[in-house]
Write a protein that binds this ligand. Structure first.
Ligand code: SF4
Ligand code: SF4
Length: 455
């Protein structure tokens, strides 16, 4: 194992002030017993073989900053925090329960305070946070996607050029389009079943998080979610004044912006007309953040009276798969959808929210769907929020492994419940010259319902 030892430069600035966000959580750093059990689970360590690109190494760097032994603006801290995917695969395997994701967000906050994030990262985060810019970005993206040019650009790429950033971006945009559901080589009957749903509203009242990227490029996933909720007896309450959840900002260390966005959503959903039983989320990264609202707000939540509402809302957050196929529930059966499907669990659903079985049960409930095994399914696809765009080389290397596993599985379609993963895997498939589709699990269920006659 190669290992780079970070320089122990004295903290140049204001070590204490800069490291405040991390120091507040210093006791969590002490939970690491340096056992190394997390190393095999870490994609960046597996790719780079560098201890400083492992969870244990990064925790060591964080401690060095807190203790004033390392400059947070220096290359060692900046590079190794930046390279982390934030996939949190290191958390479930850690015997000491180190809350790595929470520490990483604080560490990145320290890092960008010492050295501002790059222009591309700042532009993407500003676009997501602003409803106006978000709409412009979304409208532009949908228009470009409709021309078919992004798909053409992706198809024109020779295999092995996954790390070409502009073409990767085109591949991602093309991959955000609607999937095909017919396997090319098979033609089984799609005869509709009799549409018998659950009595409207009998299960309870839910709100749906619109989000930013999901709302702009994956509105069809929201439509599928609404149909599946309706068929299964859930009333969907409209909540205005909601917006981007701030997950991308938190993961990048922009905690101030993330907290501002979180407060807006806490107010909006807490004041939902008539109240809600659950806040349904169909994007894993957003769900993970919303489940950790009290931790995000930290002491600030107590100071401005947001602590209680934040905790109450977090307790109500559910992934769409949990609502439909969790707690012993079985989704209503639709019409056959004869497809071989590989399920790729998004890291923020599997590792951060620990939602394991419901997505599989949801897919297994669809007649005709055959779930096929996916090698290293629990490993990150390299998308990791905006990582695939900001780190096309390392993200591309990790993404190629995922695409190889998808191709080897022999599936017609890969199902994954997060927009970033859909785009990253879909781009890799296209750039590799394959035609395998990518869809959210709830899109498959909704397609099965549509074939059964529900609209
Ligand atoms: S598994 Fe946990 S305790 Fe062990 S080195 Fe990794 S973070 Fe530290
Ligand atoms: S979050 Fe993922 S990439 Fe980062 S240290 Fe943990 S396992 Fe490695």
């Amino acid at each position: 194992m190669a290992a780079s030892t970070p320089a122990t430069t004295p903290a140049t600035s204001p070590g204490g002030a800069l490291a405040l966000a991390l120091s507040e959580r210093e006791e969590l750093l002490g939970h690491c017993v340096h056992c190394g059990f997390c190393l095999p689970a870490c994609p960046t360590y597996q790719e780079l073989g560098d201890e400083a690109d492992s969870p244990r190494g990064r925790l060591h760097l964080m401690r060095a900053v807190v203790e004033g032994r390392l400059d947070p603006g220096g290359d060692a801290f900046q590079r190794h925090m930046d390279r982390c995917l934030g996939c949190r695969a290191c958390e479930p395997v850690c015997p000491s329960g180190v809350e790595y994701g929470l520490l990483l967000e604080r560490a990145r906050s320290v890092a960008i305070e010492a050295r501002p994030a790059g222009l591309l990262t700042r532009a993407l985060l500003a676009t997501m946070a602003s409803p106006v810019l978000g709409h412009v970005f979304g409208a532009g993206g949908r228009t470009l996607r409709a021309t078919g040019l992004p798909a053409l650009a992706a198809r024109a790429l020779p295999a092995g050029r996954f790390s070409d950033a502009p073409r990767l971006a085109m591949g991602m945009l093309a991959a955000s389009g609607a999937p095909r559901f017919e396997p090319a080589e098979r033609g089984e009957s799609n005869a509709p079943a009799a549409p018998v749903g659950v009595a409207p509203g009998s299960m309870g009242r839910v709100a749906l998080l619109a989000g930013c990227v999901q709302d702009q490029l994956f509105r069809r996933v929201h439509e599928a979610t609404r149909l599946a909720l309706r068929v299964n007896g859930w009333e969907v309450v409209e909540v205005k004044d909601q917006g981007c959840c701030g997950a991308l900002h938190a993961h990048a260390g922009a905690l101030g912006e993330a907290r501002t966005l979180a407060r807006r959503n806490i107010r909006a959903f807490s004041e939902a007309p008539g109240g809600i039983d659950f806040l349904v989320v169909n994007a894993a990264g957003c769900g993970a953040l919303l489940r950790e609202l009290p931790e995000l707000l930290g002491e600030e939540g107590g100071r401005d009276g947001m602590e209680g509402p934040a905790g109450a809302l977090s307790d109500r957050v559910r992934d769409i798969s949990e609502i439909l196929a969790g707690d012993g529930r079985e989704p209503v059966t639709g019409a056959p959808l004869p497809l071989r499907v590989a399920y790729d669990p998004p890291c923020h659903l599997l590792h951060a929210q620990r939602v394991v079985e419901p997505p599989r049960r949801l897919l297994e409930s669809i007649p005709g769907v055959e779930l096929v095994a996916l090698r290293d399914a629990e490993r990150c696809c390299g998308g990791a929020g905006i990582y695939g765009i900001t780190h096309p080389d390392l993200g591309g290397r990790i993404g190629r492994d995922k695409v190889d596993a998808v191709v080897d599985s022999g599936c017609d379609l890969v199902a994954t419940g997060n927009p970033g993963c859909q785009m990253q895997i879909g781009a890799g498939i296209r750039l590799g010259g394959h035609t395998i589709g990518v869809a959210h699990p709830v899109e498959l269920l909704a397609e099965s319902y549509r074939r059964a006659g529900w609209t």
